[in-house]
Ligand binder design. Structure first.
Ligand code: 5RP
Length: 225
């Protein structure tokens, strides 16, 4: 079985009747949403989903999963989402699929977050994967210049058609090619205070459980309860 599919299906087992479930974005999350859709249809599982992107919303609606917006629920019981890199101390980079802002908002109001990845996403230290920074388009070139001065090797993200990428929130993304992030907390704090930065892809102290798809089967790591 595809390793991402393995992790996605395993994670869907954590979803229980009555839960409000945050539905992540990306190719791994897609398998999880498919499996939840199957459980809704075949097992009569009764949940409300809160999606983290237009893409996931389209998928969930097509599968018949009942949905509410993040502002229509008091909290989210459990969010299941993918990740681009997870370090040894379970900090993460997300946003490869450009959904980091909504993903972070949903994660923030979730009681528990499960990340689902294939084993290639587990790294010693974060940073090989370019760190996405979501920015307001107005003044974005000034931020690119600032990041260049800092040696962050910034690249404004474009679509496969080479048009400027626009996120679901109407923003741009600057990918920082850092190679290594020695102090994610300090970097996150620095990015948080920059004018024009809406959010960044460092997801720090967020995850409760990691499910890793590997050749030997899915491995579940409980980070915190
Ligand atoms: C989207 C994300 C994704 O969860 C992340 O990019 C992982 O994607 P995939 O499962 O396709 O490898 O953060 O913004």
């Amino acid at each position: 079985m595809n390793l991402k599919q393995m992790a996605g299906i395993e994670a869907a087992r954590y979803v229980e009747d009555g839960m409000i479930v945050g539905l992540g974005t990306g190719s791994t999350a897609k398998f999880m949403v498919d499996e939840i859709g199957r459980r809704v249809k075949e097992e009569g599982l009764s949940i409300v989903g809160v999606t983290t992107s237009k893409e996931t919303e389209r998928q969930a609606l097509a599968l018949g999963i009942p949905l509410k917006g993040i502002d229509e629920v008091p909290y989210v019981d459990l969010t299941i989402d993918g990740a681009d890199e997870i370090s040894e101390d379970f900090q993460g980079i997300k946003g490869g699929g450009a959904a980091l802002l909504f993903e972070k908002i949903v994660a923030t109001y979730s009681k528990k977050c499960i990340w689902i990845v294939d084993d290639s996403k587990l790294v010693k230290q974060l940073g090989k994967f370019p760190l996405p920074v979501e920015v307001v388009p107005y003044g974005s070139q000034q931020l690119v210049r600032l990041f260049e001065e800092k040696g962050f090797a910034p690249v404004l993200r474009t679509t496969p058609n080479e048009e400027l990428l626009v996120t679901d929130g109407g923003h741009s993304i600057i990918d920082l090619h850092l190679e290594e992030i020695t102090d994610p907390i300090a970097l996150g704090t620095y990015l948080d205070q920059l004018v024009g930065v809406v959010e960044h892809g460092l997801f720090l102290n967020v995850v409760s459980t990691v499910i890793v798809g590997g050749q030997a089967g899915p491995k579940t790591i409980h980070v915190s309860e």
